[in-house]
Write a protein that binds this ligand. Structure first.
Ligand SMILES: [Zn+2]
Length: 449
């Protein structure tokens, strides 16, 4: 094992590093089918590197490439990715081939374009810490841990080699702590593809045994010509840097609720599977996501909205559905949310006696009721049943009951909900305090206040 490492983290345990030789783009167009057997193997490049025993839970570790074990799947080094999915890095502009890359700025842009592709595919983030004069020392032949991830330019020994990545981990458990990339300034006919490929090594991906993906390469496949991450590449990155998840079951008592497809606000980057026959659902979300998952009614079940903040890992959230529409329906557009701008306005307009046409456009995101007729019908049903008579007066009034509802939907609480409405002077009113109103709305509207 290396004795030259300097990184203090290394000194807590055994260190490991692997030199991952990069794209030999001189072989572009080599026929697929017969794996290229070149000196570009881990064993040849880094004979002293010792791989950790494959974790039993890691389905993606392949111990014997090209011969036994799993096939047709991305291959990792068997390590955990960089902590927190954060990869700090610095750029060394020395020896930049000006004929290929005109400026340091252009080099950074082209490197970061490759990083952006990986960051869009999985939960990894690159943090640029500026330029450095340190060399990518983890790359052969130096193989020195210096605690800095460097991307730079180095002449490389044999013809056709366009880039080399050196990666290191400390453990167990084996967590990546450093990765350097040396781009060949003497020969680089397809720099952007080389960068994208070497970044895959930097993240912890070995050559895949799948052909024609970014991480294709010897000994189990041959180098490809991809400049777009393929599903195999993306799955490999996701195995190391998974997105946060929200999962659980949706049930009404002991009865699972299937077929619920949550909508998300904000929705960017959120993907959910519909609940299955057991009521199990799952969503992946961007790192740090906060927002709400909601759904229209499904099979007569009302699905309460679920609020989340700063989701960074695996969150379990079981959801208790309720049967049917309550007597006081605060979700007249049926999207799983109680919203002032849609539901609240509809309730207020009904209390004011507006006609059906005035209910057009009062539907929120993912609403099941999107027409003026359906929104009016839902609002009218609760109104006629006395469902909005929050204060218990002799009649349901816009100036009292509907305003209390509107204020509540706007997020107000306490005296701000009931003050200034003259509740105590209205005929028959029995609920004038926030506590009374809240208790009544929780019971009759399932308001969750
Ligand atoms: Zn490679």
């Amino acid at each position: 094992m290396p004795g030259r490492h300097k990184h203090t983290a290394m000194e807590r345990g055994v260190t490991q590093f692997i030199a991952a030789v990069g794209a030999v783009l001189g072989f572009i167009g080599a026929p697929c089918g017969a794996p290229l057997h070149t000196t570009d193997t881990l064993a040849a490049e880094s004979p002293e590197a010792q791989r950790p025993d494959p974790p039993s839970s890691n389905d993606f570790f392949v111990t014997t490439k090209a011969i036994a074990g799993e096939r047709s799947k991305f291959i990792t080094y068997g390590w955990i990715g960089f902590a927190g999915g954060i990869v700090h890095w610095r750029y060394n502009d020395a020896n930049r081939p000006v004929g290929i890359v005109a400026s340091a700025t252009e080099a950074l842009q082209r490197i970061q374009a490759g990083m952006d592709k990986w960051s869009a595919a999985c939960n990894v983030h690159f943090v640029y810490d500026g330029t450095t004069t340190q060399n990518p020392d983890l790359v052969p032949p130096t193989r020195i841990f210096d605690g800095v991830n460097v991307i730079g330019w180095t002449a490389q020994g044999y013809s056709g080699q366009t880039g080399v990545a050196g990666v290191g981990a400390v453990g167990p458990p084996w967590q990546m702590v450093e990765a350097d990339i040396a781009l060949n300034y003497q020969y680089n006919p397809a720099l952007d593809k080389t960068i994208l490929h070497e970044l895959g090594h930097m993240l912890g991906l070995d050559h895949s045994d799948v052909y024609n993906v970014v991480m294709s390469g010897p000994p189990s496949s041959s180098y490809g010509t991809q400049s777009t991450l393929q599903p195999d590449d993306i799955n490999g990155c996701l195995s190391l840097y998974p997105f946060p998840t929200i999962s659980g079951t949706i049930s009404n008592g002991a009865t699972p609720v299937s077929g619920v497809s949550f909508c998300a606000q904000p929705s960017a980057g959120v993907s959910c599977t519909a609940s299955n026959a057991s009521g199990a659902y799952s969503c992946t979300v961007p790192n740090g996501w906060g927002g709400v998952l909601h759904s229209p009614m499904v099979g007569g079940q009302r699905i309460p909205a679920q609020v989340f903040a700063n989701v960074t890992g695996a969150v379990t959230r079981n959801v208790a559905a309720t049967t049917g529409v309550p007597s006081c329906d605060l979700d007249v557009d049926d999207n799983g949310l109680f919203e002032a701008a849609t539901d609240g306005v509809a309730i207020l307009r009904r209390a004011l006696g507006f006609g059906q046409a005035s209910f057009a456009g009062l539907s929120g995101a993912c609403a099941a009721n999107t027409t003026a007729a359906s929104i009016y019908a839902a609002t009218d049903a609760s109104f006629n049943a006395g469902g909005y008579n929050v204060t218990g007066g002799s009649a349901t009034l816009a100036t009292t009951d509907a305003l209390v509802i509107m204020r509540t939907l706007l997020g107000l609480s306490g005296n701000a909900v009931v003050d200034g409405l003259g509740l105590s002077s209205k005929p028959g009113v029995v609920r004038t305090s926030w506590n009374d109103v809240k208790t009544w709305m929780n019971s009759n509207c399932r308001a969750g206040l």
